[in-house]
Structure formats: structure tokens, C-alpha cells
Design a binder for this molecule. Structure first.
Ligand SMILES: *[C@@H]1O[C@H](CO)[C@@H](O)[C@H](O)[C@H]1NC(C)=O
Ligand SMILES: *[C@@H]1O[C@H](CO)[C@@H](O)[C@H](O)[C@H]1NC(C)=O
Length: 316
């Protein structure tokens, strides 16, 4: 009896040690994340749906007031300015200083999850749009100085090559990280019913030609370049009006229909078409092999299946 109790105690002790050992790992990992410094940059308040306004349904356009905190905006501008300076130095070294000046005046890309502040913003974008972070490109930061503009254009692509990584651009979150006192509006000339938007004389002349959103520091616009069924929406045409007074800093985030981060998940249709790699595919598919042997037949992350066409996982 004493022997059994002793053995039981031994087993319990071993269990306790095992639990302690496995518990240490997550604690350490959590500690590491918590230790990353946000430099005292206060995040925006948690998601608040009453701060979001649907300003158009054709195309779908939403404005979130106060999506970013003031401190987050300033942080993004600071990061952008740093990179601009860095690329100037690098370009001097390679003898291409003129090129760099053109590039620095237009914009730069942040790294994904570059720091805690950027990571928080990327998580917030995913939560607002219901679209996974991995489908998104890196945040870009643009600076428009006096008179600079972007003519109306589409964010979706017309060529197949650009769609190979992640497919079409589905949605855009355009964050304003400075307030422009005059001009610089985002204008949607094809938005349905834009004529009925009330505009006072604080809007620029360019903004009178479509549905216009004023750049206000911390606000963000979300619009969709594709219909819900994935077909490009020509009503999503948009541009940036010339800046008349002030300086415009904006940060677009483009989100694709598929993963942009994992090249394995690239659109196989665009790369090599929707094909079978074996003459037996139709026969195997009919025998139920697509379900029984999915990795070989359909493929998995990093490997293309042999019978994608017959298993009907591509094409239409
Ligand atoms: C959400 O935003 C509205 C409008 O700005 C504000 O009145 C309300 O207090 C906010 N709610 C919370 C929980 O912060
Ligand atoms: C690079 O070139 C620019 C413009 O020609 C100049 O202003 C800058 O000082 C140069 N930087 C370095 C590190 O040489």
C-alpha cells in the first residue's frame, strides 16, 4: 500500500514538473511580446462602430473618424521621414541621387509589423475590414506637397502578371496622417449619386467633380475595388485632388483577395492556368480520389496538385 502511494506521488511529481516546464514557455513568449516598446505612442480607442459612416454603397465607401490616434499619425510620419533620408544616402553611394529624390518625394513602404505601433494598426485594419493581415500589402506612406495630385485611377489591375501575387486588390484602407487645410481631397468621380453630396466652399474645385472625402488627421477611408462577387467595380475610380494649402501625408493599405505574404498561396491559375498534369485525372476524380487523396490530387501549401482541373478547384 505504501509502495503504491509512493509510486503515485512520484507520478504526480513528474506530472507537476512536466506542467511547470511547458507553462514556462508561453510565459516567456508572452513576456517577450509585452516587452516590445511602443515608445509611449498611445493607440486609438478600441473599435467603435458609431465612428464609421457609410458614405456610398456603389462603390462601398466607409469613413472611420479617429481610426488612428494623433500619436500614431505622428509616428508614421516619423518612420516615413527616416526611410526617406536613408534611401538618399544609399543612392548617393550608388551614384543615383536624382532617382532617389524622385522616389523620396513620392513615398515609401513600411515593413510588415515593423514595430509595435505598426503592428497594432495592421491588426486594427484586419479587424475593421474582416480581411486577413496576410492578404494585405505593406503600408505605404505618401507625401503630397503643394500642387501634387493623383489623377483618378483604379486600384485593381488590368494585367494578369500583377494578379499573380494575391490576386486582385479587393479593398483599400486609406489613412490620413495629416490634416490638409485646402485641397487634397480623395474624390470618387463615379460614385453613384455623388451629385447630392452637400459641399461648402471649404472643398476645392477638383472635389466638386465627385464624392469627396476631406483628409483629416487620424481618419481612414475604406473602399472596395471589387464587387462582393469578385468582379472589378468601375465605380471605384478615385483620385487625390491637388493640395492647395498644407502638406498631405497619407498611408494606403491595399488588401488582396488572397494571401500576399505567402508565395506558396500564389494564384496558380494566373501562373500556369487551370490544368491537369496527368491524363488519368478525370478517371481518378470520378473514382473519388480528390477527396481521398487531396494532397496529391488538389495540392497543399507549397505543392501544386496533379489534377486541379478535374477536382474543380480552379477555373470556373
Ligand atoms: C463611440 O463613438 C461615439 C461617437 O464618437 C461616442 O459618442 C461614444 O462615446 C463612443 N463609445 C465608446 C464606448 O467609446
Ligand atoms: C546626397 O546627395 C544630396 C543631394 O545631392 C545631398 O544633399 C546630400 O548631402 C548627400 N548625402 C550624402 C550622405 O552624401
Amino acid at each position: 500500500m505504501a509502495m503504491i502511494r509512493l509510486r503515485l506521488r512520484g507520478v504526480l511529481l513528474a506530472l507537476a514538473l512536466l506542467l511547470a516546464a511547458t507553462a514556462v514557455v508561453p510565459v516567456l513568449l508572452l513576456g517577450e511580446v509585452a516587452e516590445e516598446d511602443d515608445g509611449g505612442v498611445a493607440p486609438a480607442p478600441p473599435f467603435n462602430s458609431s465612428r464609421v459612416k457609410a458614405v456610398s454603397w456603389q462603390p462601398r465607401i466607409f469613413v472611420y473618424s479617429g481610426f488612428l490616434s494623433d500619436a500614431e499619425c505622428d509616428h508614421l510620419v516619423k518612420l516615413a521621414k527616416k526611410k526617406i533620408q536613408r534611401s538618399m544616402v544609399a543612392d548617393n553611394d550608388s551614384g543615383k541621387s536624382v532617382m532617389s529624390e524622385v522616389r523620396t518625394s513620392s513615398g515609401m513602404f513600411l515593413n510588415k509589423r515593423q514595430d509595435l505601433v505598426v503592428r497594432r494598426i495592421e491588426e486594427r485594419i484586419a479587424a475593421w475590414t474582416f480581411l486577413p493581415e496576410e492578404n494585405a500589402e505593406n503600408i505605404q506612406i505618401l507625401r503630397y506637397e503643394h500642387g501634387q495630385k493623383y489623377e483618378p485611377h483604379f486600384d485593381y489591375f488590368h494585367d494578369k502578371v500583377n494578379q499573380a501575387r494575391g490576386g486582385h486588390r479587393y479593398a483599400t484602407v486609406l489613412m490620413y496622417i495629416s490634416t490638409v487645410h485646402k485641397g487634397g481631397e480623395t474624390v470618387f468621380p463615379n460614385a453613384k449619386g455623388w451629385e447630392s453630396q452637400h459641399k461648402d466652399d471649404t472643398f476645392s474645385e477638383c472635389a466638386q467633380k465627385g464624392l469627396a472625402v476631406k483628409p483629416v488627421k487620424g481618419d481612414a477611408v475604406l473602399f472596395f475595388s471589387l464587387h462582393a462577387d469578385g468582379v472589378p467595380d468601375p465605380r471605384s475610380l478615385h483620385g487625390s485632388c491637388p493640395v492647395i494649402q498644407g502638406e498631405k501625408w497619407s498611408a494606403p493599405k491595399w488588401i488582396h483577395v488572397r494571401s500576399y505574404e505567402n508565395p506558396q498561396a500564389m494564384d496558380e491559375d494566373a501562373v500556369e492556368g487551370c490544368t491537369d498534369r496527368s491524363e488519368h485525372c478525370a478517371q481518378w476524380a470520378a473514382a473519388g480520389e480528390c477527396g481521398k487523396n487531396p494532397v496529391y490530387m488538389v495540392g497543399a501549401e507549397g505543392s501544386v496538385g496533379q489534377c486541379r482541373k478535374s477536382c474543380r478547384v480552379c477555373g470556373s
